[in-house]
Design a protein around this ligand. Structure first.
Ligand code: ADP
Ligand code: MG
Length: 720
């Protein structure tokens, strides 16, 4: 009888390729066709109503109920015209993905399709099952979602989706979007203040975000046969294929044709939703790929990233594929990240991280650059915590992965400029001197963009006109790390402004005051800068000497969220109060515990129910064989050796699985969640996962391929 694995492999053989069909050859014909954006509003709303809404979007002001009613009516007829039957508030609870609860437009009482302003503006999802870290139980039983007009309404799967925030009735944030929006305001205020030194026309600064999304794709039938992938999102067992990524031939190689059709197809759907997907390519590991849209304002870009992941999941079904967003689905191969490209852009159209031909603008550029460096230096642990998750632990800080040390890469040009600035600390600049020349900052221009060296090993790199936070995990909601980044930079920009003004007040010329403060900041935060190989062992040692943190696991890294430094920081910027932070801390630890618990159970089940029985079956066959050889008076040592080897691994498996189960029982009794998470990390995961995996992967090499129950790496990773 064929095993599940063999049946699945046959299914893959016979699977037809699904071709992607675009509605038109020209993307402009269908880009944003499923979005109720400004253009659609302008076309369908009376002009005073449109004016109110666009002001609300721009300035974040409140929309009154009569305006909301008008918008609701317009959006309803637009949506019905596009075939939508339902509507939902679309929000981002702390579970990580997005949530929705669909209501039909059809009102049976009146026999008509209905949609009122009140339904657009606010809803009360029955949300008691969303994590709140105790907030809802202690304060208010209910939470509500409220329309975020700054992110456009769209239709997905015949459902009108209204992007919303999710808060408790007492106003505490229960989602990712609320603090992101608050942090955007905070950095806007702080950045505008700094811009005033250089250009009084700047009234608004918006963080922008471009998300490079990495992912793996495997055949859906193969996915279905791996309980570990289904339950935990990653393979807990599997020996490396003979050909992994050593050859480096997958990267930028030609895309396998089934995957190419899949990519084209999800891009079409994404483009209809107004997601400006622009690049696609293979990634380093076999079966790994990347998609990146053009950058947008941070709130929209975040919504679009989450929506894109949804779209990718749905479209994959049609192609008989499964997309994996886990940070490390396959041991021994590259993990998947979500590079968050971040910059600050003014309403006058200037990217504040873009060096220019004008020396004056370069001084402004240096303010933002140096402030960011200092912010990362001061708050490296918070940034580390912002990317911590059970999945990302396998990608950062594990034995085969880069360390979890936060550092900044600037490239040689900028490093030279900052070193120069620091070194020339004592240059006396007289009035009338060309200060920019003397400090070497008149020549930042052109050099940089064409000259950005690439350092792929840095967790946080300056890449010409933006910072790239690369340590973010592929499955993460970008809002978490981006909120942290906005807040820490806002905080240092505020400090910078205060320090500069103090110098100016004491009689220093403005430019000199700025340069002096920057010099001080450069010196203070130098330790966070690292240009070398971030994956090397020397760096771990060097970082330790520098006093930089190397927090290897989620359990260790989240404590900082309760520190005075972080609670004060988030409070100062009205982003999260102490209660909200505590709740988040708790939810993330609970989530971590749950994930490790599931993995541990899956491992135990697979080992006991799949691996050991198979190994014994094969061993019995070998015993018969050995006896036969012996009966014939032939040499049967080879068979005996293999029998013994199998026994050894089975013994190891049995005892480790049973000890792990005991450990889990012990740890489950621990009440304190911080303690529990730490114990899950050390006493369950670190103590047993590798040992159990080692035995299983060895058995995979020994046991007859015919018998092996789990689809192997080489079968999953090389799609045609
Ligand atoms: P790579 O890092 O692979 O060289 P790109 O330069 O193409 O990639 O950019 C990667 C991502 O960064 C894209 O989503 C792009 O739109 C985005 N990006 C480019 N400029 C900015 C910017 N000023 N702010 C934020 N994101 C940006
Ligand atoms: Mg990049």
């Amino acid at each position: 009888m064929a095993t599940l694995r063999q049946k699945a492999l046959m299914k893959v053989q016979g699977r037809p390729k699904v071709a992607a069909v675009a509605p038109s050859l020209k993307i402009s014909d269908y880009f944003g066709s499923q979005v109720f954006g400004l253009k659609e509003m302008q076309e369908t709303l009376a002009s005073p109503v449109f004016k109110k809404v666009s002001t609300a979007i721009e300035k974040g002001t409140k929309i009154d109920m009569s305006t909301a009613d008008e918008v609701a009516t317009a959006v309803k007829s637009w949506a019905l015209g596009k075939g939508a039957t339902h509507y939902t508030h679309w929000f981002q609870p702390l579970t990580g993905s997005t949530a929705e609860k669909h209501d039909t437009f059809f009102d049976a009482m009146s026999g008509m399709e209905k949609f009122k302003g009140s339904a657009l503006v606010q809803q009360e999802p029955d949300a008691s099952s969303f994590p709140s870290g105790g907030i809802r139980t202690t304060f208010e039983a209910r939470g509500y979602t409220a329309w975020d007009p700054s992110s456009p309404i769209f239709i997905f799967d015949q459902t009108l989706c209204i992007p919303t925030i999710f808060v408790s009735f007492t106003g505490e944030a229960l989602d990712f979007k609320t603090p992101l929006i608050r942090s955007t305001e905070s950095i806007n205020n702080a950045a505008v203040d700094i811009c005033q030194y250089f250009d009084r026309n700047v009234k608004k600064v918006t963080p922008s975000l471009g998300v490079e999304q990495e992912y793996f794709v495997i055949d859906r039938a193969l996915y279905a046969t791996r309980p570990d992938l289904v339950m935990a999102g990653r393979t807990v067992f599997g020996h490396n294929p003979a050909r992994g990524q050593q050859l480096d031939d997958h990267y930028f190689g030609s895309i396998p044709s089934r995957v190419k059709e899949y990519m084209k197809d999800f891009e079409i759907e994404a483009l209809k939703l107004g997601i400006p997907v622009s690049t696609r390519h293979n990634e380093v590991a076999p079966g790994q790929f990347e998609v990146a849209p053009l950058f947008e304002d941070i709130n929209k870009a975040t919504d679009h990233n989450l929506l894109l992941m949804d779209v990718m999941e749905k479209v994959a079904e049609k192609h008989g594929l499964k997309v994996l967003f886990h940070e490390k689905p396959f041991a021994g191969l590259n993990g998947s990240g979500k590079h968050n490209n971040w910059s600050l852009i003014t309403d006058t159209g200037v990217n504040l991280f873009q060096p220019s031909n004008s020396a004056r603008e370069n001084l402004q550029f240096l303010c933002f650059l140096v402030a960011t460096i200092k912010a990362v230096y001061k708050n490296a642990d918070l940034l580390r915590a912002s990317i911590a998750s059970a999945g990302n632990d396998f990608r950062l800080g594990a034995n085969e992965a880069p360390p979890a040390i936060i550092s900044i890469f600037l490239g040689s040009t900028l490093t030279g400029i900052l070193d120069e600035l620091e070194k020339n600390g004592n240059i006396k600049i007289e009035k009338g001197d060309n200060m920019y020349m003397k400090l070497g900052i008149s020549k930042i221009p052109e050099i940089i963009l064409d000259n950005t060296d690439r350092n792929r090993t840095s967790p946080f790199a300056f890449t010409g006109n933006k910072f790239e936070f690369r340590a973010v995990g592929s499955s993460a909601n970008p809002a978490g790390p981006m909120t942290a980044l906005n807040v820490i930079v806002a905080d240092v920009l505020k400090e910078l402004k205060k320090d500069i003004d103090k110098e100016i007040d004491s009689g220093k010329e403005k430019k000199l005051a700025i340069v002096d403060v920057l010099r001080k900041y450069i010196k203070e935060s130098k330790k966070i800068r690292f240009e070398g190989d971030g994956y090397s062992e020397e760096w771990e040692k060097e970082a330790e000497k520098r006093g930089l943190s190397n927090l290897k696991s989620t359990a260790e890294s989240l404590d900082v969220l309760l520190s005075k430094q972080v609670t004060d920081l988030y409070k100062r910027h009205n982003v999260l109060n102490e209660k909200e932070l505590h709740a988040r801390h708790e939810i993330r630890l609970e989530n971590y515990v749950m994930k490790v618990q599931i993995e541990s159970r899956v491992m135990g089940d697979l080992a006991l129910n799949h691996i050991i029985p198979t190994a014994i079956l094969y061993q019995n066959k070998l015993i018969v064989n050995a006896n036969g050889l012996k009966g014939l008076g032939l040499d049967h040592r080879a068979a005996i050796d293999t029998i013994e080897e199998i026994s050894k691994h089975i013994e190891a498996l049995k005892s480790n699985v049973s000890n792990m189960t005991e450990a889990r029982k012990r740890v489950n009794k621990v009440e304190d969640i911080t303690e529990k998470a730490k114990l899950y990390s050390s006493d369950v995961k670190d103590a047993y996962f590798d040992k159990i995996r080692y035995a299983v992967d060895k058995l995979e090499l020994v046991v007859d391929d015919e018998y092996w129950p789990l689809v192997k790496y080489r079968e999953m990773l090389f799609l045609k």
